[in-house]
Ligand binder design. Structure first.
Ligand SMILES: NC(=O)c1ccc[n+]([C@@H]2O[C@H](COP(=O)([O-])OP(=O)(O)OC[C@H]3O[C@@H](n4cnc5c(N)ncnc54)[C@H](OP(=O)(O)O)[C@@H]3O)[C@@H](O)[C@H]2O)c1
Length: 244
């Protein structure tokens, strides 16, 4: 199951997992993008894609989507908590509603999906041939450090999901649910190219190039395809030239 699968890192990750043979359940709000992605995955000859349009900030909708996906797919053994959004800019002039919206998607959304998926993940870890299940959360370099004052609330949400994931890792180790974090630097996606004020800007190519969604998708795929005794808990991935 991949949240935020309608664009960017989520869409690329769903493609990559399906190419490895996984059936993928796609969650996001934009139904038409999800359907297009599912059609293209289903024409590839790998795993089968199904759409579960939902807003991750709506706990009931998320639980319904996850339970339906588990019933349709015969369980859920990988959850990629990827849906995310952001607001950046000076605190002094910020709109409080934007702060709340960022917390709702980046933190509450992760809590909603994780809470609903955990019983399925634990069941899969106990019963599947893989012998493990995976819960991967897409945090950010901003979950490890503060890339600038304007990243205030975005960085706070990403630090929060890092803390939450580490606590989960400790709790779930014995159940063989591997809880891990992927922390991208600057990736070319809608988030970084749509011209949001003060947002990280990925519209200027460099000699080395910026990260593409596929780079993070490959990282996630590598993480969840390790042997059952190996847990990659945290992977920080920057473009070669990124200094902060
Ligand atoms: N791009 C970067 O440089 C970068 C760096 C570090 C970390 N990240 C993280 O990577 C993740 C993916 O972002 P991206 O860069 O790929 O940006 P993106 O292309 O804008 O993708 C964001 C995804 O999240 C979904 N989403 C947003 N709000 C949602 C909601 N309330 N309910 C359900 N889905 C929601 C969007 O789908 P809908 O609009 O269809 O709902 C979309 O599929 C985010 O967690 C982001 O913080 C990105």
């Amino acid at each position: 199951m991949v949240t935020g699968a309608s664009s960017g890192i989520g869409a690329a990750t769903a493609r990559a997992l399906a190419a490895e043979g996984a059936d993928v359940a796609l969650i996001a709000r934009r139904q038409s993008q999800l359907s297009q992605l599912a059609d293209s995955i289903n024409g590839q000859g790998g795993g089968y894609a199904r759409c579960y349009p939902a807003d991750v900030t709506d706990a009931d909708a998320v639980r319904t989507a996850i339970d339906e996906a588990a019933a349709d797919c015969g369980g859920i053994d990988i959850l990629i908590n990827n849906a995310g959004s952001g607001t950046w800019g000076p605190a002094m002039t910020a709109d409080l509603a934007d702060w709340h919206a960022t917390v709702e998607v980046n933190l509450t959304g992760v809590l909603n999906t994780t809470h609903a998926a955990l019983p399925h993940l634990c069941r899969a870890a106990a019963n599947s041939d893989r012998g493990v299940a995976d819960l991967v959360t897409i945090s950010s370099i901003a979950g490890r450090k503060i890339p600038g004052a304007h990243s205030n609330v975005y960085a706070a949400t990403k630090h929060a999901v890092c803390a939450f994931t580490e606590a989960l890792r400790q709790e779930l180790a014995g159940t063989h649910v591997r809880a891990g974090l992927v922390e991208p630097g600057l990736v070319v996606t809608e988030l970084t190219t749509s011209g949001r004020r003060h947002a990280p800007d990925a519209t200027h190519p460099t000699g080395y190039g910026l990260l593409q969604p596929e780079d993070i998708a490959h990282t996630v795929t590598f993480m969840v395809t390790r042997p059952s005794h190996v847990a990659l808990n945290e992977l920080l991935v920057r473009p070669t030239e990124q200094t902060i």
